[in-house]
Design a protein around this ligand. Structure first.
Ligand code: XMP
Length: 512
């Protein structure tokens, strides 16, 4: 396995994804990982990430010395290259010539890293983002590629198997970057690409059995991909020692609650408690208009109801959660200070302490796309696995202002038409998330000979890779015209449709 030491780059996670796509297991740890833990981890290769910090600062972050004495291949990326050079006796200086964005390198010499990929003399597009640069190499290194702004755009010490690149091979803007990383783990480090989902599934099943023994596990199902994959995996491991609890908040989309129940109870035969708590949720939300207040009420009620239902199930020692790897990685931040809360996300945080349960988190090591691959491996329907994300507080945060059953009903109908058209146009998979928002604004319209005074409906569709940033989706005009026409004609209560053209930032994906 490979160890990635994180110096705080925005794109460190992408390094891990590329390595795993090459079929090699890897983990990200902070650069401050102790020597002892690094030795225990026994990496077969180490990658040093980029960083917003500068090597020229006296107190800049450094790689633990053991990285260079373990005798395993090391690849430094951007800051990783610079700190490697600095620590091994080279020099790094600030430079007036910043390189940011697309750049070209010229390959000057062969090295194991370029084996079968880049030949001497070839010109390659890469993505750069640096001010500092290496100006003198440590003993044993050679410059194997140059760019305008970096005389040492790629460096190699084939004898010690130390490599450095000033550019970022992990981003898609370096077209052969993924192959370069795959070269590093396969050809340089000699690792086999045998980390597959089938293998992961088997290991995960063994691990769950070992952890749980004959104990009872409960799992909250939300209808989303993560909790569903976790539940099916755990059921495959321990069968009916697992009970799923599905709290129906009354804030799901049309037909969704029935779908969850059918899939899990009828198709998978997983013991499932379906608690219809919509009256409770809608009752407590009545008259509430503040977005944070809504989220707090829903989060609190969810825990209460879940707790109640699991007490009825009785005897559980474990709580299963679909926690993913990005939630687990300890992030390295150089900006200091706590980050502000933009929205308090609703999850089951606080449940395990309150219920004194041990956690079973079989997806802790996986990225979202890997969870989907595992879902396919477990035979979950493709349409289910490919679903857009849906927030825990559900439609409550898509009805700005007061939530009423009538408004939810209008929203469900409009949302169904919108998504149906997106599917018909073959656009569903090109979009990260698409949904309608029912605005607390009425406008005047005319239908037939009559005046209408009805709600405005906003449509939202964004592309994104992780939900952290997003762009609005550029629908063709005739598509928007068709959707608007259908909604105004088919959904009573809406007489005007608008399309949200705000990216994130500065907007967020949801409206509340
Ligand atoms: P925002 O609106 O913050 O959303 O740009 C980013 C992503 O997170 C989803 N989201 C939530 N998911 N509980 C969730 O489980 C929440 O409270 C919540 N709020 C937003 C949102 O749908 C998008 O995918």
């Amino acid at each position: 396995r490979v160890l990635i030491l994180d110096f705080g780059s925005q794109v460190t996670q992408l390094i891990a994804r590329r390595v795993r796509e090459a079929g090699v297991y890897c983990e990200i740890h902070p650069f401050s990982m102790s020597e002892e833990r690094i030795r225990d981890y026994a990496p077969k290769a180490i990658i040093l990430s980029g960083s917003p910090a500068s090597v020229t600062e006296e107190n800049g972050p450094r790689a633990p010395e053991v990285v260079f004495t373990l005798g395993v291949p090391v690849l430094g990326i951007c800051y990783g290259q610079q700190t490697m050079c600095h620590q091994l006796g080279g020099t790094v200086s600030g430079s007036d010539h910043r390189e940011f964005g697309r750049a070209f390198i010229e390959v000057k010499q062969t090295c194991a890293l370029f084996d079968g990929l880049w030949a001497v003399g070839s010109r390659e597009q890469v993505w750069m983002s640096h001010g500092d640069r290496v100006t003198a190499l440590p003993d044993g290194f050679q410059a194997v590629a140059v760019s305008d702004g970096a005389p040492f755009a790629a460096i190699a010490d084939d004898a010690r198997q130390f490599y450095g690149v000033q550019f970022h091979p992990e981003v898609v803007h370096t077209p052969h970057g993924a192959q370069l990383l795959s070269n590093f783990v396969h050809r340089v480090a000699g690792l086999k690409g045998d980390w597959t989902m089938a293998a992961f599934k088997q290991q995960a099943i063994e691990k769950i059995r070992a952890q749980v023994g004959t104990g009872k596990v409960i799992c909250g199902l939300s209808g989303g991909v993560d909790s569903s994959v976790a539940a099916v995996l755990i059921h495959e491991a321990i069968g009916d020692q697992l009970t799923c609890i599905f709290v129906d908040t009354g804030l799901m989309r049309a037909g969704e609650a029935e779908e969850v129940v059918t899939l899990f109870r009828d198709h998978y035969n997983i013991p499932l408690v379906h608690r219809n708590a919509s009256e409770l949720f809608l009752g407590k939300l009545a008259g509430v208009t503040d977005p944070e207040q809504k989220r707090k009420i829903i989060g609190g009620l969810f825990i209460e109801v879940f707790d109640e239902e699991s007490a009825k199930v009785g005897g559980a020692q474990f709580l299963a959660q679909g926690t993913l790897y990005p939630d687990v990685i300890e992030s390295v931040s150089f900006t200091g200070g706590p980050s502000v809360t933009i929205k308090s996300h609703h999850n089951v945080g606080g449940l395990p302490e309150r219920m004194k349960l041990k956690l079973v988190e079989p997806l802790r090591e996986l990225f979202k796309d890997e969870v989907r691959a595992l879902g396919r491996e477990l035979g979950l329907p493709a349409a289910f696995i490919g679903r857009h994300p849906f927030p825990g507080p559900g439609l409550a945060i898509r009805v700005p202002g007061e939530i009423t059953p009538e408004k939810l009903d209008i929203l469900r109908k409009a949302d169904t038409v919108y998504l149906e058209e997106i599917r018909n146009a073959g656009l569903y998979d090109a979009i990260w998330q698409a949904f309608a928002v029912l605005l607390p604004v009425r406008t005047v319209g005319v239908m037939g000979d009559g005046r209408t005074y009805d709600h405005v409906l906003a449509l939202r569709a964004v592309t994104s890779t992780d939900g952290m940033t997003a762009d609005w989706y550029p629908f063709p005009h005739d598509f928007l015209a068709r959707v608007s026409n259908r909604i105004v004609n088919e959904v009573r209560g809406v007489n005007r449709v608008v399309y949200d053209i705000t990216s994130k930032p500065p907007g967020t994906i949801e409206w509340e």
